[in-house]
Design a protein around this ligand. Structure first.
Ligand SMILES: [Cu+2]
Length: 159
């Protein structure tokens, strides 16, 4: 009889201990999963600007600035004919208006490694850098909203 009571008490104590451990484990787990939830977006954020962010020319190469303009003379790239070498950086810079830069695949048939189409640039001074990695050749680009109005350009890549 006394054996049975002792066993019952031991079982009750074990159950309480188990409950305490479970609580402690839960308490410990919650902050950990909060941290990992915060870490994932933070880790993803730097990757996005890196893809389309500022580029650095190769040693001995240069930054070529191309203005994107809309005024009473129309919408245009200035200059619209660009000569560049591999390793140069073309820095498309918004001056006036809302524009993008699109090395249209349909107008550059068979070309691999065209720069991705840019977002719309909307803030004066906003830039979109294109590192010249294309082989020697002649390439077409445009601003999608204003291509029909003549906002087009060409990139000549030299060795
Ligand atoms: Cu435009």
């Amino acid at each position: 009889m006394s054996n049975a009571i002792a066993r019952k008490n031991t079982f009750a104590a074990a159950a309480v201990l188990a409950a305490l451990l479970a609580t402690a484990a839960c308490g410990g787990k919650t902050p950990a999963s909060d941290e990992s939830a915060q870490a994932s977006p933070a880790a993803a954020t730097p990757a996005a600007p890196a893809a389309a962010g500022p580029q650095t020319p190769d040693p001995g190469r240069r930054v070529i600035t191309v203005q994107l303009i809309a005024d009473d003379k129309g919408s245009r790239f200035e200059p619209s004919e660009i000569e560049a070498h591999r390793g140069d950086v073309i820095r498309f810079t918004l001056s006036l208006g809302v524009h993008n830069i699109d090395f249209l695949p349909d107008s550059n048939p068979g070309v691999q490694g065209l720069p991705p189409v840019s977002d719309m640039l909307q803030l004066a001074g906003q830039t979109y850098d294109v590192k010249v990695t294309l082989p020697r050749g002649h390439y077409y680009f445009q601003c999608d909203p204003h291509a029909a109005l003549g906002m087009r350009g060409h990139l000549e890549v030299e060795d």
